[in-house]
Design a protein around this ligand. Structure first.
Ligand SMILES: [Zn+2]
Length: 260
């Protein structure tokens, strides 16, 4: 599979706790709150895991801990990771703010096959007319986004399977089914039964990068792993595949910021 890596929180009995963390007291016993102490909230999920783990997602700190972990153990652990949190959290908060501030309006440009195209209001069926995303007038930003997604899905359902069959032919491979889904965290995936899935979001990438993802999934029909043998198949078909992996990372960041 090719992961898009857009983090989505899994809420399993989340408990919100207030936690005071002071950089001056990191790694020591919790001090009495003073004006220097900054307050930090985290969500705690207790599961059957063996160790405590921290995640920074969507501008928030998430803690996963074993059932038996005490509050003291958890907060001591958080303190020990203060440097990491102080590096990651502000960036994540900043991205979350951008995400919340992002809205789509008529006249804005959206990505399709690596090119920017304006959203315009037009009568009749919503469609992409090879130049513009044509949508009804009078929609609010959320409706504009939802309507654009409908257009993206329509294009993805035609483009991606067709292109997959073309590339499969050149590689002498036969996928069982090719489907388009709404996955956030994977650009594409391939099952052991030979079923290939692509996220409609992939249609925003440039054609060469899309070809890389398609080739990657098709290569899994031969090698159901990410072994050197697998990468040799990919490299043989797409010598500069590493460049496309970079493009996907950049696209993933953009999509996360725009909350697609
Ligand atoms: Zn893969």
């Amino acid at each position: 599979m090719v992961g898009a890596g857009i983090a989505r929180p899994i809420s399993v009995g989340t408990i919100i706790l207030g936690c005071t963390v002071s950089s001056a007291y990191m790694g020591r016993a919790m001090p009495a709150p003073t004006s220097e102490v900054t307050s930090m909230e985290y969500t705690l999920t207790k599961t059957n895991r063996k160790t405590i783990a921290l995640y920074v997602r969507n501008g928030k700190l998430e803690v996963k801990a074993p059932q038996r972990a005490t509050k003291k153990q958890i907060e001591t652990f958080i303190h020990s990771k203060a440097d990491w949190i102080n590096e990651k959290l502000p960036k994540s908060i900043n991205q979350q703010q951008k995400r919340e501030a992002f809205t789509l309006n008529y006249g804005d440009n959206v990505l399709l096959l690596g090119q920017l195209h304006p959203i315009i209001s037009a009568q009749g069926k919503l469609k992409f007319d090879n130049q513009n995303f044509c949508i009804p007038q009078g929609l609010n930003p959320q409706q504009i986004k939802d309507t654009c997604i409908k257009i993206y899905r329509t294009i993805a359902k035609e483009y991606l399977p067709n292109r997959t069959l073309e590339i499969a032919k050149t590689m002498n491979l036969n996928p069982t089914t090719i489907k388009i889904n709404g996955a956030y965290t994977r650009w594409g995936s391939c099952s052991s039964l030979g079923n290939i899935n692509f996220s409609w979001r992939l249609i925003m990438a440039n054609p060469e990068t899309i070809d890389y993802v398609i080739t990657h999934e098709l290569a899994h029909l031969q090698e159901m792993n990410h072994s050197p043998k697998f990468w040799a198949i990919v490299e043989n078909a797409i010598p500069n595949y590493k460049q496309h992996k970079q493009h996907l990372k950049q696209l993933q960041k953009r999509l996360a910021t725009e909350n697609w």
